[in-house]
Design a protein. Structure first.
Length: 281
């Protein structure tokens, strides 16, 4: 099996919407953004028989196994806040779902939606720039199938990773977790919805405002930012340029429903040029 440039690991999700359902989850949004940046993409996931990934993610390499059912989420937005329910769950993933050839990919993102990726899987990638989206490890599902925040108390899910991505929404009131992550992860990116993002590296925090955007659907913006960040940081090794590029990509993505707003490189660069005032400080 060929080695992709960008590997994303996690459940591809069925997001329930009024019209039926659409693909979602970090795996879907990050893979789509990476493809639109011209990268070859591998997706390691578990889905049920109702999802045909070859048609949904054309051109992506697919690994993993079939599950009796797919993970399904229902997202309801009220006053800028999201309420989520999990209607079904695919089987958990293991290290064996990642082909040996993929473990030397230049870029990898671990993106569970609800704890399906084992902690420390980043160590399986040798010499890669590995990112981890904390969201899926900071969730639990209650007896009414609602998603609840919780503080991670297991082994470090960020082991082997260089960049940890987390949002204010994921953290809730448990912001004390940030101290440990900043001490143990070389780079921590904290997204703040309409307030932009912060990045911690070399012992200090820096801030960037959000790029202006006409919001239609904010779902997946953090996953888009993570994919764009890894791609641009790998290209430039320049944090200021990387945060501008990733933030502009996230802004573009929220201007249409689902993956429709995820932009190509030229569109992202045009947004950056249009708003030169948005810089990392």
């Amino acid at each position: 099996m060929a080695t992709p440039t960008f590997v994303v690991v996690g459940h591809v999700v069925r997001d329930i919407v009024p019209q039926g359902w659409r693909l979602g989850g970090t795996a879907t949004y990050a893979a789509t953004q990476a493809q639109r940046l011209g990268l070859t993409v591998g997706v390691a996931t578990h889905v049920g028989p109702e999802v045909e990934l070859g048609a949904a993610l054309p051109g992506a390499l697919i690994a993993g196994s079939r599950s009796p059912e797919s993970t399904s989420f229902q997202n309801v937005y009220e006053n800028g806040r999201r309420r989520q329910s999990v209607l079904s769950r695919a089987e958990p993933m293991t290290k064996d779902d990642i082909p040996n050839e993929w473990r030397s990919a230049p870029l990898a993102l671990l993106g569970p939606v609800c704890g399906e990726v084992p902690a420390g899987l980043g160590c399986a990638f040798s010499g890669s720039l590995v990112g981890v989206a904390a969201q899926g490890w900071l969730r639990r599902v209650d007896k009414r199938h609602r998603v609840r925040k919780w503080a991670w108390d297991g082994p470090p899910f960020w082991a082997g990773c260089r960049v940890l991505f987390v949002s204010d929404e994921d953290l809730g009131e448990r912001r004390d977790q940030l101290d440990r992550w900043c001490a143990e992860a070389p780079i921590v990116v904290l997204t703040r919805n309409r307030r932009g993002a912060r990045v911690h590296t070399n012992g200090r925090w820096r801030t960037i405002d959000a790029f202006p955007a006409q919001e239609v659907d904010p779902t997946g913006a953090g996953d888009v930012l993570a994919a764009a960040f890894l791609a641009r940081y790998h290209e430039t090794d320049d944090m200021a340029e990387t945060m501008r590029f990733a933030s502009a990509a996230a802004a573009c993505s929220i201007e249409a429903s689902g993956v429709a707003g995820i932009a190509d490189r030229a569109t992202i660069e045009a947004r950056m040029a249009q708003h030169r005032e948005v810089v990392l400080r």
